[in-house]
Design a protein around this ligand. Sequence first.
Ligand SMILES: *[C@@H]1O[C@H](CO)[C@@H](O)[C@H](O)[C@H]1NC(C)=O
Ligand SMILES: *[C@@H]1O[C@H](CO)[C@@H](O)[C@H](O)[C@H]1NC(C)=O
Ligand SMILES: *[C@@H]1O[C@H](CO)[C@@H](O)[C@H](O)[C@H]1NC(C)=O
Ligand SMILES: CC(=O)N[C@H]1CO[C@H](CO)[C@@H](O)[C@@H]1O
Ligand SMILES: [Ca+2]
Ligand SMILES: [Ca+2]
Length: 594
Amino acid sequence: MEYLYKLLVTLLCLGPICWSSQAAVVDLERASGSRDWWQVAQFYQIYPRSFKDSNGDGIGDLQGIISKLDYLKDLGVTATWLSPIFTSPMADFGYDIADFYDIQAEYGTLQDFDELIAAAKERGLKIILDFVPNHSSDENVWFQKSVRREKGYEDYYVWHDGYLNATGDRQPPSNWLQAFRGSAWEWNEQRGQYYLHQFAVKQPDLNYRNPAVVAQMKRVLTYWMDRGVAGFRIDAVPWCFEVLPDSEGRYPDEPLSGYTDDPDDSSYLKHIYTQDLPETVDMVYQWRQLLDDYQRVHGGDTRVLMVETYSNLDYVMQFYGDHTTKGAQIPFNFQFIVGGQGDKNNTQMNAGGFVKIINSWMSQMPAGQTANWVMGNHDQRRVGSRYGEQRIDLMNMLQMFLPGVSITYQGEELGMTDLDISWEDTRDPAACNSNPEIYEQFTRDPARTPFHWSSELNAGFSTSSKTWLPINPNYVSVNVATESAADSSHLKLYKQLVQLRQLKTLQYGATRYAAINDNVLAIKRSLSGQQSYVLVANVLDTSVSGVDVASVLYASGNYKIKLLNPEAKASVGDSVTLNNLTLQPYAALIVESV
Ligand SMILES: *[C@@H]1O[C@H](CO)[C@@H](O)[C@H](O)[C@H]1NC(C)=O
Ligand SMILES: *[C@@H]1O[C@H](CO)[C@@H](O)[C@H](O)[C@H]1NC(C)=O
Ligand SMILES: *[C@@H]1O[C@H](CO)[C@@H](O)[C@H](O)[C@H]1NC(C)=O
Ligand SMILES: CC(=O)N[C@H]1CO[C@H](CO)[C@@H](O)[C@@H]1O
Ligand SMILES: [Ca+2]
Ligand SMILES: [Ca+2]
C-alpha cells in the first residue's frame, strides 16, 4: 500500500537549533477554534494489579481504583487507561484474555465496572480500556472451539500442519519466534496442528484474515462503549497480521537479524513477515471508523484510540491516518523510551540527545496532528531508573511542557523507581521463560511493584501479609501521604505542572527548542497576546554559567521563575536573565515573561 499523504512538517534546523514552523501555524489556527477534550487531557495509566487492593488479598482491584478516584481528580488527571481487567488465567497478567466480555474475578465484577464508570463520570474522569486484539488466552472458549474444529471457529486462529523432516520428526511451519523466547508455533495434540502465538504459549494469535474474527473484535469494542468507556488503548498492534502463506501453504522463514547469537531471543530474527504489515494499519482505520460511527449514533464526547507500537517512525506515523481516512488520535510516542542510548540507560544523555528525541517526533508527525509524550509504562524501567533519580522532576517538567498530550504511568508523579526483584519473587512471563542467570534482562516486574499510598504497612496498598510483587522499601519516603504533606516533593511539583498545562500558551502555543550546549536544553512556548514560557534544564551533573538561552530562543526581556526543581537551588518568583544564566547540576526551571 502506498502512503502518499506523508507530508513532512516543515522543520528548520540550524545546527542543534530547531524550530517547527508547522507547529506554529497549526497552533495559531487552533487558538481561534477549540481543542477536543483529548488534545488537552492529562492521561494516566493505571496498572490495576498494583494500584490499590480493597479486599486484602495482596492484589489490586476495581474497588481499589474506585476508592482512589479522588486522588486522580486531585492530581488533575482527566482520563485514565487501565491495563487489562478482563477474565484471564494471568499467564501474562491479563494480556491473555479468556473472556473479552467479562471482568477478572480477582479484580471484581461487571457491576464493579459499571460502578467505576459512574463514579469516574461524577468526577469528570474518563475511563479507557486496554484492547488486546492480537491474541486471546488458550483458555478462551473461542480457542477451545477452534481446537475442536467447531463450525465457524475452524479458522479463528492461525493453524498449520507443520512438516516432517527426513527422520520423520515434526517441524514447525516456520522459524518464527515468540516475544517471550522460543518458537512462535506450538503443537496442539488434540487438533493435530500447530498454532501461532507471537507472545506466550498461552496467547494464541487470532486470525485476522478471518472476517468472523474481525467482526467479533468489533463487537468487543462496541460492548465496552455501551458500558461507557471513552476509548481504547490498543495493545501490541504491529503483531495483528502476519504474511499470507504462499500457494503451497508455506510460511516464509524470517531472516537473521545479526543482533544476537541467542536463537531463542525474539531479536534473533528480523520480523519482516510477522510485524508492521500494512493490513494492520488498515485495521486500526476500521476501528477508528467504528468509534466515530458509534459517536454519531450515540452522541457523547469523541472516543479515542491510543496505539501501542514500538515500530520505526515511518510505520508509527501511518496510524494517524491519511488524507482520506482517520486513524488513531494517539499513536504512542515512545521516543523517550526507545530513543537515546541503546541499552535504555539514558542517565548520561546530554541536551543534544534530548533534542534529537523531541525532534524525531516533531519532524515526522503529519501536519495537523497532535503530538503525545510517553515517558514510561508497565513494560519499561521506571523513568527515575532510566534517566537518573536527579532528573525525575526534570522529566516530568519536560513532559508537561512539550506541546500535545501527556501520558503518565502510575507512580511517576511520586518519583517511584525500579525495585530489583529476586528470581523467586519474579512473576513476569518474559523473565520466567528464561533462567536465574539472565532473567533481569527480560523482567518487567521492577516497574510493576505496588503503588505507594502512605508510609504505613505495605505502603497503604494492601492489608495482606504478602503482596503479589514485593514493595519497594523506599516507600517510607516516596509515597502520596508523605509527599502531600511535604513543602516540596515530586508529587507537589507534578500537580503544579498539570495546572500549568491549562495555560493557553501551553495548550496552543508555538514551540521552539534547542540544545544550547551539552548541558542545557531550552524550550520556549509562545502565543501572541499571552505570556511566554521557557523551560531551561541543565541535564548533566556539572554546573554551567554564562549560558545564553535568550538569543537562540528569541527570548529577550525579563523573566521570572514560575516552577523549578530543588536541584535548581532558587525560588519561585526570582527574576532570571536568560542571556546569562547560571545553572546547578540537573537544575530545571520554567520561567514566565514579565
Ligand atoms: C528432525 O527433527 C528432529 C527433532 O527436531 C531432530 O532431532 C532431527 O535431527 C531432525 N532430523 C533431520 C534429518 O534433520
Ligand atoms: C546507568 O549508567 C550509569 C553510568 O554509566 C550507572 O551509574 C547506573 O548505575 C546505570 N543505571 C542502571 C539502572 O543500570
Ligand atoms: C553574567 O553573570 C555573572 C554573575 O553570575 C557576572 O559576573 C557577569 O558579569 C555577567 N555577564 C554579563 C555579560 O552580564
Ligand atoms: C506496553 C504494553 O502494554 N505491552 C504489552 C504488549 O503486549 C504484550 C502481549 O499482549 C504484553 O505482554 C505487554 O505488556
Ligand atoms: Ca484485591
Ligand atoms: Ca497476529
